[in-house]
Design a protein around this ligand. Structure first.
Ligand SMILES: C[S@@+](CC[C@H](N)C(=O)[O-])C[C@H]1O[C@@H](n2cnc3c(N)ncnc32)[C@H](O)[C@@H]1O
Length: 271
């Protein structure tokens, strides 16, 4: 047992965080929660954990900061290249054909849990490169981490973070700046960022391609199923869902169909 957090205190924080975000803490990752709480207490100038708990019940802003601090924001450009090959060689051609037959001109993408923006920007570069201006592109990146969203909005990445970007994309869509690279405006203007907690309805609709990778891995089964069912509702009747390669909808009560492509597996909503 830890000196800092008694079992009943751990349970209280665990339940609140789960209720507010879907993020599930257990004994195996309890130390992460403890270290984040210690840091929050220090920053809030408090020494009593029960006092901090009372504060977050009343103070929405502090609750947001706490949720932000317990998230894992690890990401990178073109993470899981096979997903991007699936997007480029399978999903985009299919959506283009479908939309062309229906005379539709807009493609909407949602990167849910986009962290610092590498994922939606990678998607934007592929779409821009493949479709140029034939379609109106609308890409939304959302997250509950405000810290991450600020970096995403700026679109500036130090050299160490642009590994994985294909050289031709680096040349075309980035500008060298200081010790790193700035995403060019032609990409920035098709990607918008929004604060959104996946525990709630997003207000989005007509999503053609949804990426939610390495996010629901931190949720328990119930919260995962709720999120996936909410995705279903905002997606068009001919749309695709990418989840992380270590995540699965197997055994879940969902109507998404599993599609095995030459590159990676993806889920689709075809109704
Ligand atoms: C590990 S990152 C994944 C980033 C990117 N999708 C990728 O695969 O590289 C997980 C992100 O999910 C976000 N997240 C976790 N719970 C969330 C929730 N309830 N609502 C919105 N975003 C959440 C975290 O803030 C974090 O930025």
């Amino acid at each position: 047992m830890s000196d800092f957090l008694k079992d009943d205190q751990f349970e209280k924080f665990k339940e609140l965080i789960y209720k507010e975000s879907g993020i599930h803490f257990s004994n195996s990752n309890r130390s992460i929660l403890e270290s984040r709480l210690k840091e929050r207490l220090r920053n809030a100038g408090l020494s009593d954990i029960d006092e901090y708990y009372s504060r977050i019940l009343k103070d929405q802003e502090e609750l947001r900061v706490l949720l932000d601090s317990v998230t894992t924001n690890l990401t990178r450009f073109f993470r899981n290249t096979l997903h991007f090959k699936t997007l480029e060689n399978y999903v985009i051609p299919d959506i283009v054909q479908y939309k062309s037959e229906k005379n539709e001109t807009r493609i909407r993408v949602w990167s849910a849990g986009c962290s610092t923006g590498e994922e939606p920007y990678s998607i934007a570069m592929v779409l821009k490169d493949k479709l140029d201006d034939k379609f109106e592109l609308d890409i939304v990146g959302s997250d509950l981490s405000l810290k991450s969203l600020m970096i995403a909005k700026e679109g500036y990445y130090p050299e160490s973070r642009i590994q994985g970007v294909p050289p031709e994309y680096l040349e075309k869509f980035f500008e060298a700046k200081r010790e790193g690279y700035q995403i060019k405006d032609e990409i920035k203007k098709i990607v918008r960022f929004d604060y959104h907690n996946l525990k709630y309805e997003s207000g989005l609709k007509n999503v053609d391609i949804l990426f939610c990778r390495n996010v629901i891995i931190y949720f328990d089964r119930t919260a995962q199923e709720e999120v996936i069912n909410r995705f279903w509702k905002v997606m068009t009747n001919h749309s695709y869902l990418f989840i992380g390669h270590s995540e699965s909808l197997f055994g879940m009560n969902t109507k998404f169909e599993f599609v095995k492509t030459n590159w990676a597996t993806v889920y689709r909503k075809f109704v």
